[in-house]
Write a protein that binds this ligand. Structure first.
Ligand code: HEC
Length: 200
């Protein structure tokens, strides 16, 4: 299913008024809501991703699973990331963030990297929160570094699930930084390697 990135974010009720200025090329939804979440180019199918598409990784207490949504959603619901370094409370979106009210958690590999490139395995989970100031979680975003060294979009695995329960983005970013996540995350402060918020 083809959608523009803006409509993806709107459907996810995480779009802010500043949302996509300069940052969003149209991109392909990777999952039409069937729950499988195969990456771009792979059809969404609850049976799993076909040959040639990335296999499910199961993750662990420090690492989100990748590529198959029922596995990812179950891991998020299990709350392992809540034991990471987490912002104490939700907050309004910062800067040009299109994510709406949110709360960010960093795993040890990310939170303990004082400077320079983040190591493989560095991850953030962002809880997307209701707009009314409450604590209810309406969606999730994940960023997980998968390739060592200075980043391009292809160094990061991205996942976004909106308030309608649909997975909007599920897969590796693009080396050209022209996917809907890397296009903006590439603008994180110099030396911050595609990460805007490091939770102390
Ligand atoms: C237009 C800019 C923009 C786009 C597009 C964008 N983000 Fe973000 N993102 C931000 C900003 C700014 C923050 C930190 C502040 C905040 O969210 O309030 C952030 C934070 C995050 C975080 C927490 C780690 C960090 O870098 O601070 C994750 C995870 C994340 N975004 C995932 C995604 C995913 C997945 C996508 C694509 C579906 C995406 N983002 C698209 C701007 C963007």
């Amino acid at each position: 299913m083809l959608k523009t990135f803006k409509s993806l974010l709107t459907n996810a009720t995480v779009v802010g008024s500043l949302a996509l200025v300069g940052c969003g090329a149209p991109m392909t939804a990777t999952d039409a809501g069937t729950g499988a979440g195969c990456p771009a180019g792979c059809p969404a199918a609850d049976a799993g991703c076909p040959a040639g598409c990335p296999a499910t990784t199961m993750g662990d207490a420090q690492t989100p699973p990748m590529n198959t949504d029922p596995v990812i959603s179950a891991w998020l619901a299990g709350g392992a990331y809540k034991a990471w370094k987490c912002e104490p409370a939700g907050h309004a979106p910062v800067g040009n963030s299109p994510h709406g009210r949110n709360r960010i958690c960093n795993n040890t590999a990310l939170s303990s990297t004082a400077s320079g490139d983040y190591p493989v395995g560095a991850a953030s989970v962002k809880e997307l929160l209701v707009a009314d100031g409450g604590t209810a979680i309406v969606g999730y975003a994940i960023g997980l570094k998968t390739v060592a060294g200075p980043s391009t979009g292809a160094s990061w695995y991205w996942y976004l699930k909106g308030g309608d329960g649909m997975v909007k983005i599920n897969g590796k970013g693009k080396a050209a930084n022209d996917d809907g996540c890397s296009s903006c995350h590439k603008s994180a402060a110099p030396g911050r390697d595609f990460v805007f918020t490091q939770v102390p």
